[in-house]
Design a protein around this ligand. Sequence first.
Ligand code: RET
Length: 239
Amino acid sequence: MQTLWLTLGTLSFIAATAFFVFLMTRAPQGSRHFFVITAAITAVAAFFYLTMTTGATATLVEGRIFYFGRYIDWVITTPLLLLDLALLALPNWRRNVGLIGGLIALDVFMILTGLLAGQSTSEFARGFWFIVSTIAMVALLYLVYTQLFASAQNQPGSVQQIFRTLALLTIVLWSLYPIVWLLGTEGFSVASSTVEVFLFLILDILAKIGFGFLLLTNREALGQAGGGGGAPAQASRVR
Ligand code: RET
């Protein structure tokens, strides 16, 4: 059953990548980087779902199956998701390299300490790293909610709107990951390994494909977002 969900994940991410690449061929001027980043996110996920399906990135830790491939996927894709959000919110990313770097550093720290929690055999270490990782997540989402929301205020209306939708989606979905982790085999084992794989699949699909679909099909906002190195948006160039 787990293999079924993992295979379904692999296929979904392959299909999403193909769709996003197709959308790239008709990207509004100046917005190509959003398509490249978002297609890279689903491509990386497809690859790591494949490695989890074949067992290449799965191992046994004290009798439970531990899919460390998830964490390699997340440590690559979550910074890219944050980059998408930051480029939407910040009219000139060059002036905000510190903020973007800070968000990504916190994010990588969150995933790596999550990996430490997941692979630990001692209950104390699992609990300790889980708490450290969760604190990093709360700080990260708080920064998104304060700093990025504030910057997005200066963006054109359609960009502001899609930023708000995607940022709220991110805050809600990301907060559910530690809950699934706690319910699953790394935590209290309330859910079986199969249920855990299924729940993470749903979250991954919403956080990567749902996110990407909402962003890449919003041509109006993409045309107006000036995140690509501070180049003027297409609309203002035409006038
Ligand atoms: C873990 C367990 C330790 C505590 C915390 C976690 C958070 C993970 C998150 C993952 C997000 C993944 C996404 C993937 C794909 O799009 C590592 C589960 C806080 C927030 C968004």
